[in-house]
Design a protein around this ligand. Structure first.
Ligand SMILES: Cc1ncc(COP(=O)(O)O)c(C=O)c1O
Length: 411
């Protein structure tokens, strides 16, 4: 039984009112504010039900047909289903659905292909790289020799010439393409060509756009990358977790890099929920959703531009937007705080020209059924709060009203 179902059935409330109150408060927060965090979404009731299913009780170290634990016959069916659906959805020869998170998937990809000390070329963190792309605070920065490429400070677009030069001069063992904040499609064919020229593996960290790929609203990295890492939450609308796709030639190395090298027992309830999400993502309704996510992001980016924010790259191809609110008189950090008080929940991010900006995404509000009209309204309200034209407490009431008209599911 999922948390929301359990709350409705009053199970938690009776047994643990203290914790039940916490969960109800979070449900209230999510349904009265707007989730514009680019990495968040609302899972379907079916995905939540699988997460709260009896498979949560099951230990299943290993892979289907070859488990350390007994009693895995049902778990095996669930995992095979998830793998088959992921392969079909993304056209991949091999899928590993056990990675506990996006970071675990990247760790396993490195473990499959690299040795400690190897050189890896990735988008630098100040330009939108993830922690796992060489942060000194992360295993990646400590165990590998990361070289960062960047984006052009004017256009905000990946500096392809720099990528080519660094690949030629530094001869990396792997090149990573993927970002936490890049709003444009990544040119996978270009990265494949550069990787081939340098004799490097190509790892696509498609944590953000993979849901768009599933819905046919973004180009797929699968035909180009040696390994594709992704999260199953975000636009894909599945449970929090990771996934790895690769060709048959790397299947065994990838599987062994996940288990036993970097993980123990698989989380079978999450894998079952991934299977449900992959099933949902294969439907025409999900394709329509993915295209609407992009249309909404474009509408929101346009509204922000009209209101005077400096939108990075001038717009977006995806679900995410980054923008500098400085022209309205605030920096990203102050902006995030003001907007949080208004119930507009979003992130700060690094911007190409060394400032802190705002990062927004439309995955969750699109799941709620909002369209371009609402995006224009949100853009106007957001800018008015930043500019000091609308008091955040006043805007909070408008946000509450809008959220009530578009309730997230499951209710
Ligand atoms: C590009 C990229 N890689 C990896 C991750 C890590 O995913 P997780 O938070 O599930 O570890 C993220 C998360 O946002 C991401 O954007």
């Amino acid at each position: 039984m999922s948390v929301s179902h359990a709350l409705e059935a009053d199970v938690l409330r009776r047994q643990d009112p203290e914790l039940a109150d916490v969960l109800l408060a979070e449900r209230e927060r999510q349904s009265t504010t707007l989730q514009l965090i680019a990495a968040e979404n609302f899972m379907s009731p079916a995905v939540l039900a699988a997460l709260g299913s009896p498979l949560a009780n099951k230990y299943a170290e290993g892979y289907p047909g070859n488990r350390h634990h007994g009693g895995c016959e049902v778990a095996d069916v669930a995992e095979r289903l998830a793998v088959r659906r992921a392969q079909a959805l993304f056209g991949a020869e091999h899928a590993n659905v056990q990675a506990h998170s996006g970071s675990s998937a990247v760790l396993a990809a490195y473990a499959a292909l690299l040795r400690p000390g190897d050189t890896v070329l990735a988008l630098g963190l100040p330009h939108g790289g993830h922690l796992t792309h060489g942060s000194p605070a992360n295993f990646s920065g400590r165990w590998f020799d990361f070289v960062g490429y960047g984006v052009d400070p004017e256009s905000g677009l990946i500096d392809h010439e720099q990528v080519r030069i660094l690949a030629r001069t530094r001869r990396p063992k792997a090149i990573v393409c993927g970002s936490i904040s890049y709003p444009r499609h990544i040119d996978h064919a270009f990265f494949r060509e550069v990787a081939d020229e340098a004799g490097a593996y190509l790892i696509a960290d498609a944590a953000h756009p993979m849901g768009l790929v599933a819905g046919g609203a973004a180009p797929s990295p699968v035909p180009y990358a040696d390994i594709v890492c992704a999260t199953t939450h975000k636009v894909l609308r599945g449970p929090r977790g990771g996934m790895i796709l690769c060709g048959g030639d790397l299947a065994e190395r990838v599987d062994r890099a996940v288990f036993p090298f970097t993980q123990g027992g698989a989380q079978m309830h999450t894998i079952a929920a991934k299977a449900v999400a992959f099933g949902e993502a294969a439907t025409p309704a999900f394709a329509a959703y993915a295209h609407q996510v992009v249309a909404n992001a474009r509408a929101l980016a346009a509204a922000l531009g009209v209101e005077g924010l400096a939108v990075t790259t001038g717009g977006t191809d995806t679900h995410l937007i980054t923008a500098d609110p400085a022209p309205l008189g605030v920096d990203g950090r102050t902006g995030r705080r003001l907007l949080a008080a208004a119930g507009l929940v979003l992130d700060c991010c690094a911007l190409p020209h060394d400032a802190r900006g705002l990062r927004l995404g439309t995955a969750a509000v699109t799941t709620q059924g909002m369209g371009a009209r609402e995006m224009t309204y949100i853009g106007g309200l957001l800018a008015s709060v930043l500019r000091g034209g609308t008091d955040p407490a006043r805007a909070r009431e408008d946000v509450r009203e809008l959220a009530a008209a578009f309730p997230p599911h499951p209710r």
